[in-house]
Structures are given as C-alpha cells and as structure tokens.
Design a protein around this ligand. Structure first.
Ligand code: CO
Length: 141
C-alpha cells in the first residue's frame, strides 16, 4: 500500500563516462541506451537499462554542482537509489509526518515533466534516496 512498486534506477557518480563504460558496458556487457547532456542537472548521464530498471552513470559537468562536490569529496561510487512512486505528494506528506528529512521543501520537476524529491541520507541510514513520480502506472492515456 506504499504506492512504491519499482526500483527506477541506481546512480553511480563517475569522473569520466567513457572510462566507466569500459567496465559497465565493455567488460560486464550491459547495454548502453544512450548518453545525454542534462544541463539542468549539471551532468552527463549514461543510461544502461536493466530489467525494467536502469543503471545511470553520472558525470558532473559543472565543478560547482552538488554532484561535482560529492565526487571531489568522496570519490566515484554509489550516489543514489531511485524508487518510483505512484503519488509523490502523498508520499511526501507521509514522510514529513514522520519527521523524515528531505533535501528540499518541495519536489523538483525534471526536463520530462516528471517530479522528484530526495530524502536526506541522515534519515535513511546513509543512502541518498530519490523518489520519482512516474512509470507506466502513472501515465495518463
Ligand atoms: Co536519479
């Protein structure tokens, strides 16, 4: 009854997408669907679909972005998990009611119009958690 039914993606922060693909695509054998510049996220992202979810390799493109600072401070590696949520407002309300810390007061809107918010690692046991509204169950005809 949580309205959370799917792992949407796992994001790994990398310094260099092409170098990272030498492992994830070339050695491991995952399929690369594409690499997109995401100026609003100050990054380039490689999308590697996997069983209805996705692995995302995120390369910062602006040294002042949060993700670039994260890379400089902690090095490459796991950045966040993203779960797909049926009703983001309801989920946010439930979390706020339990005193869970979110990284922003209101959801952000992605380039594709979908909304997301991040739960602070302080409230999750060390995992930055993205909650993303969307997926086939949320699409309107
Ligand atoms: Co994400």
């Amino acid at each position: 009854m949580s309205g959370i039914e799917k792992l949407n993606h796992v994001a790994v922060v990398v310094a260099d997408i092409e170098a990272a693909l030498a492992f994830w695509r070339d050695a491991l054998g995952l399929e690369l669907a594409g690499v997109k510049d995401m100026p609003e996220q100050k990054s380039r992202i490689a999308f590697l679909p996997l069983g209805g979810s996705e692995l995302e390799l995120v390369q910062p493109t602006d040294p002042d972005s949060g993700i670039a600072k994260n890379l400089a401070k902690r090095g490459p590696g796991m950045h966040h998990l993203c779960l797909e949520v049926r009703d983001l407002d309801a989920t946010i309300g439930r979390l706020k009611g339990k005193g869970i810390r979110l990284t922003s007061e209101a959801p952000m809107t992605a380039a594709d119009g979908r909304r997301m918010i991040f739960v602070h690692p302080e409230s999750t046991g060390g995992v930055l958690l993205e909650l993303y509204e969307g997926g086939e169950f949320a699409e309107t005809p």
